[in-house]
Write a protein that binds this ligand. Structure first.
Ligand SMILES: Nc1ncnc2c1ncn2[C@@H]1O[C@H](COP(=O)(O)OP(=O)(O)OP(=O)(O)O)[C@@H](O)[C@H]1O
Length: 639
């Protein structure tokens, strides 16, 4: 008898208790397993049963019909079988494709395990519906309409408890269940990544099917601009010539809460905001979902005269959302900032010069309950030391020679009720740091030659310096630093952001709203490869110049419209191959698709192969093998 590990033993015991008394004792069982056991028990199935041939095998004509019905899906599944799964479990697994009734139409994989599986009829022509074989991955995935993993004694029938099976249903673009993909092996050989692999394989199969079946307009969508086009993760919607959504993959159905019966009837407008024509180029386009969250879109297949909604500005009081152009790191910063918006917590913005710290501070203010009150910005580096004091704290009438007769409120009091933004705080002279600290602690300002005045404001400070290092070096007061850094937010440099195309689109639209300006492809590729030492300031400046220089009738910004210095720097910087996604109307070809997916995953993971493999849902070893097959030398492949 097989020795069970304690947890498997306890599952076996729990199953026995459950079958005998209907009581559940193993608390760690997955809910889908519990539901399945309950269905089996309600049907009166015995765990000792051995389904007889008559009820558990279909005859040849029925099998032939099932295979014919799945022929198209077998075509999509086979390359995935071959490409992805040979690495699984060092070849000790088998792959199974079953129809929606649980009839197995195809098996492949390790011949030795196929032979063992045959003994429990895990083979072509066998029915693995739950009603016949109790809890099992194929049957339970059909019953649940969701991926299921059934390990050892989680199988309801004792005869199947040597198996570890992972299955996921395959849906067509209208959400109809068409097949189930399963990977089975001896549970000793079970690999924890199997679930991710099966899910990835199913998504690939579903997406290949959508691409092959719908020749009209296809919109690929992703929340992350860099990950767009990975083919595995994209949400895909297919649109007919009348602008109706006729098909959508699982990710898109989830994203837009599309129900099976709605497909064919839902106008594309319902998925996005405000109408706009389908763009001509291949670059990702920024759209917004109905909740106002940004989504990147790429248009493939035949362009119909479809009109879609796109890039609606965020609501007026959500200036932070306007800054969200899709970069994950920036999005996290925005999410953190939102949590403290209405709390009395000082914010310290860190980031290289030109990353947009002041713009971010303004957005914080405009998104806060103080939006109707003043936003007062003081650049601590720009003021001569002698003047900062008066500038910040104000002075009483006649306080010093040369002062205005009526005195001055000072910037801090001007910010009363609103937000005080202290830019370049790291450059504030030490002597003044003490006075500022006192204001923050006492909430009182003492103008030169005047009396203390109560003040109340939200405080945002910004610096490109490493303030802890400044504290260490004795140039910045530790107590002030801790006072300012209630929440520290670091804005990413432009070279690390994944949303450059969208940022470019936004800035161009802002500086030339009446023109559909875009970058020429070679310029866009150079922009993507450039390290942008001046960050968004440099980018925005270059685009403003380009928008002014480019000929009236030109739509594309070429080299000649760029500031000279930048054009030279761009040409010097090492180029990258522009990301192209597989042409929609080509016959699908797995090699091309996986190549594109791998390239994108590597770019999105900034060359980190472990992260890229995780993104693709394949093992690192598989990724390395595929890179070798693609003939990518290590450095190039690393992106
Ligand atoms: N998201 C953005 N969209 C458009 N323009 C932007 C964006 N972020 C920054 N900019 C532009 O970049 C320039 C620099 O922005 P900002 O002054 O906010 O940066 P900063 O980090 O405060 O720079 P410094 O540290 O030098 O003060 C501004 O001209 C601003 O308009």
């Amino acid at each position: 008898m097989t020795m069970l590990t304690p947890s498997l033993e306890s599952v076996a015991l729990a199953r026995q208790t459950f079958i005998e008394r209907g009581e559940l004792t193993a608390l760690h069982l997955a809910p889908e397993i519990v539901r399945s056991w309950q269905r089996c028990r309600a049907k009166g199935l015995s765990c000792d049963r051995h389904p007889d041939v008559k009820e558990s095998l279909v005859d040849t004509p029925r099998l032939t019909t099932a295979r014919e019905r799945l022929e198209e899906w077998l075509r999509y599944a086979r390359p995935v079988f071959e490409s992805v799964f040979w690495d699984l479990g060092a070849g000790r697994s088998i792959l199974v494709l079953a129809d929606p009734e649980g009839v197995i139409v195809e098996t492949s994989g390790d011949p030795r395990f196929l032979e063992r599986a045959q003994r429990v009829h895990l083979a072509r022509g066998a029915i693995w519906h739950e009603g016949v074989r109790g809890t099992n991955a194929v049957g339970t995935a059909i019953a649940e309409g969701a991926p299921v993993e059934v390990l050892g004694p989680e199988h309801y029938l004792s005869c199947n408890e040597f198996l570890a099976c992972t299955a996921a249903p395959i849906f067509d673009g209208t959400g109809r269940l068409v097949a189930v993909l399963d990977v089975s092996c001896d549970w000793h050989d079970h690999h924890p990544h199997t679930r991710a692999l099966v899910n990835t394989a199913v998504r690939l199969i579903e997406n290949h099917a959508i691409a092959a079946r719908h020749r009209g307009l296809r919109i690929h969508l992703h929340r992350d601009a860099h990950a767009l086009g990975s083919f595995v993760d994209d949400a895909i919607v297919c649109v007919d010539d009348d602008g109706r959504v006729v098909a959508a993959n699982s990710a898109a159905r989830r994203l837009f809460s599309l129900r099976h019966e709605e497909l064919g009837a839902v106008p594309l407008e319902r998925l996005f905001r405000r109408a706009a024509p389908v763009p001509r180029g291949d670059e990702p386009v920024l759209l917004y979902d109905p909740q106002g969250n940004p989504l990147y879109a790429r248009f493939e297949g035949r362009r119909a005269r479809v009109v879609i909604r796109r890039a609606d500005p965020a609501p007026a009081n959500d200036a932070l959302a306007e800054l969200d152009t899709g970069d994950e790191a920036l999005r996290r910063v925005i999410a953190q900032a939102r949590r403290v918006l209405d709390k009395d917590i000082p914010i310290l913005l860190r980031g290289e010069s030109g990353v947009g710290k002041e713009l971010f501070a303004q957005a914080l203010h405009r998104s806060s309950p103080r939006r109707d009150k003043p936003f007062v910005a003081v650049n601590c580096a720009a003021l001569p030391e002698a003047l900062i004091e008066a500038e910040l704290f104000g002075y009483a009438p006649g306080a010093y020679t040369g002062a205005r007769r009526e005195g001055s409120l000072g910037r801090i009091r001007e910010a009363h009720g609103g937000t005080l933004f202290l830019d370049e705080i790291g450059d504030m002279p030490l002597a003044l740091q003490g006075r500022l600290l006192r204001v923050l602690e006492t909430k009182e300002v003492v103008p030169l030659g005047g009396k203390p005045v109560r003040v109340e404001f939200a405080l945002i400070a910004a610096t490109h310096r490493d303030l802890p290092a400044e504290v260490e070096a004795g140039r910045f007061r530790a107590d002030l630093y801790y006072r300012l850094a209630g929440l520290t937010l670091t804005l990413p440099p432009l070279r690390e952001r994944s949303d450059l195309p969208v940022l470019v689109e936004r800035i161009l639209r802002a500086c030339a709203p009446d023109r559909d300006l875009r970058l020429a492809p070679e310029v866009a590729a150079a922009f993507a490869a450039y390290s942008w030492p001046g960050n968004v300031r440099e980018l925005a400046q270059a685009l403003r110049v380009a928008a002014a220089l480019v000929d009236e009738e030109e739509m594309a910004i070429g080299w000649e419209a760029l500031p000279e210095g930048l054009a030279a720097a761009l040409k010097r910087s090492p180029g990258t191959t522009p990301l192209t996604s597989p042409a929609g109307e080509e016959a699908f070809e797995l090699a091309t698709l996986s190549r594109a997916a791998i390239e994108r995953a590597l770019v999105a993971s900034r060359g980190n192969r472990t992260a890229a493999a995780r993104r693709l849902g394949i093992s690192r070893a598989t990724l390395y093998r595929k890179l070798r097959e693609m003939g990518s030398p290590p450095a190039q492949a690393a992106g």
